[in-house]
Design a protein around this ligand. Structure first.
Ligand code: ADP
Ligand code: MG
Length: 237
């Protein structure tokens, strides 16, 4: 992201954002509610437009619209707080739909890929069920498999565990940690500080639409530089 600015009416929600995420890097975005974390994620997938600046994915500028936008979007996998699975489709179909519809993959091939991915996130035995028959943690792991089925270059996670019951948080975090270890490029908005410490190569702290601090997790948690960050960390305990 280069010099990215965005407004919602009078609100300057993203202020001169410059952020480069390298291949294989895991960046955790922290910050108080309303600081612009979700908006930042959503601009990377062009779910939100930007006013000025540019966003490049693997060196290619994200266009306003058209075929190239659709292609680049497929490179960016997204997992939200609410799992957004298709309620009337089976778990398997939830994962095969993108590859079949967007990538023109044959059903047999898509089934094979989906089964591999469901296996990887530990829910292959649920493949014929409907989303509502799964626990929240299982549904979120399906959502991760669904995003991975598009073979993204980068995965965005926006508070993926915030809607889960406490006992299901760890299974989703473990899936994400495994993904990080496999070398996936990840941008993760989370309040799970244990995950940030364990999995992040870099922590970004946002406040009021700005990136206020960037550091390794070790540096950020032991020696935050700004009062905003100290205040934020102080409130966590
Ligand atoms: P965070 O994810 O850090 O909690 P958001 O990116 O969701 O923050 O929101 C940042 C700010 O932008 C908040 O003040 C929020 O109210 C505002 N905002 C978010 N989406 C919209 C929208 N569609 N229209 C107007 N204001 C919005
Ligand atoms: Mg948010």
């Amino acid at each position: 992201m280069r010099d990215v600015n965005k407004h919602y009416g009078p609100l300057h929600v993203l202020q001169n954002i410059n952020l480069e995420v390298k291949r294989g890097e895991v960046v955790v975005v922290l910050g108080p509610s309303g600081s612009g974390k979700s908006t930042l994620c959503r601009t990377i997938n062009r779910l939100e437009t930007i006013d000025t600046g540019e966003i490049l994915i693997d060196g290619v500028k994200l266009p306003e619209e058209g075929k190239l936008l659709a292609k680049l979007r497929a490179d960016v996998g997204m997992v939200f707080q609410s799992f957004n699975l298709f309620a009337h489709k089976s778990i398997l179909e939830n994962v095969t739909m993108g590859p079949i519809k967007v990538k023109g993959m044959k059903k047999s091939e898509a089934d094979k890929l989906a089964l591999q991915l469901l296996e990887r996130v530990g829910v292959a035995n649920q493949k014929d069920k409907l989303p509502a028959q799964l626990s929240g943690g299982q549904q979120q792991r399906v959502a991760i498999a669904r995003a991975l089925a598009m073979r993204p270059k980068v995965m965005l996670f926006d508070e993926p565990t915030s809607a889960l019951d406490p006992e299901m948080i760890q299974e989703v975090l473990d899936t994400m940690i495994a993904l990080a270890k496999e070398g996936m490029t990840m941008i993760v908005v989370t309040h799970e500080m244990g995950f940030a410490r364990r999995a992040a190569d870099r922590v970004i702290f946002m406040a009021d639409g700005q990136i206020v601090e960037q550091a390794t997790p070790e540096e950020f948690f032991t020696n935050p530089q700004t009062n905003r960050a100290k205040d934020f960390l102080g409130k966590l305990i």
